[in-house]
Design a protein around this ligand. Sequence first.
Ligand code: MRU
Length: 369
Amino acid sequence: MQVDGKPWRTIWLEPDGWSVGVIDQTRLPHRFETRRLATLADAAAAIATMVIRGAPLIGATAAYGMCLALREDASDDGVERAHAALLATRPTAVNLRWALDEIVAAVRNRPRDERVAAAYARAAAISEEDVAINRALGRNGAKLIEAIAAKKNGAPVNILTHCNAGWLATVDVGTAIAPVYTAHDAGVPVHVWVDETRPRNQGASLTAWELNHHGVPHRVVADNTGGHLMQRGLVDMAIVGADRVTANGDVCNKIGTYLKALAARDNGVPFYIGLPSPTIDFTIAEGRGIPIEERGGDEVATMTGETADGRIETVRVVPKGSAVANYAFDVTPARLVTGLITERGVLAASRDALAKAFPERAAAGRAAE
Ligand code: MRU
């Protein structure tokens, strides 16, 4: 994607050929800064502190984290330790485990002196595959937007989204927002309702920043606005991302997604999920089995923003005596999902449809159970 006329991805190899560059997403939308990751600890911290975030980008960063670790220690023990350290960073997005397992599979049966190169090759391929998957997903989802546009006599298609599942959450292109970019670039009029997405404001800070840079019309709304918009007929469809989709089509995504799906069902608004296949977890039968991340209370008790004189400040918004809870994700049952937009087409959120579209992954999932 372009930032001020320059093409960027969210993760890249630095000119030294081995260290890893990322965009620091904790500084957006007020500052555009990059960070260099040079060790396993750097990569693990970048994931845990959400310098990078979003399921596919967590996977790609973890893959490069394995490469950085193997440069120090390519023994079997070293591989195992790096896998464990990175897997412990965040529990919910299954792309993390998928990418780590991919690197382990790529190096496992190789002599030590070939392991680093093999890991870098697989990490680069994971990044390229993510971009190709998201482009295909974008094309498949854009057809849904075009079908709605065809009935609107040139009025924009109003799309509600939650959190950030745009290019910042992936290596490039995005998942839920990929169909929006594809349709917009093809001249289809679109307008995006962006949920602010408390507590970390990924919608207000990241999705809005992306859409601004791409020139996509949008409005940021407070999290609880979606139901009202749907009742008034101001939402044609919702598209959100996913951190894990279970074998039966249940969808785990950013906290608050479930409430939007309930409102969508009550108002007859189609509710779609954009997801790349590494987000499907065929080892878990249904959403109840997904580990839900609980993060520090400060994310709820404080807010960070830019002051009028350009300083970044964090302020407390909850009384000091009040306890807080911070559940980062929730599960939307498959019955509330209109369709899963994947690189292999738009699927029903069901066991049969997922297994039929991704038979090789379904078989591997059954073997791992
Ligand atoms: O906590 P985050 O910011 O990593 O959560 C991100 C989301 O919930 C996204 O919707 C999901 O990862 C899909 S990203 C393509």
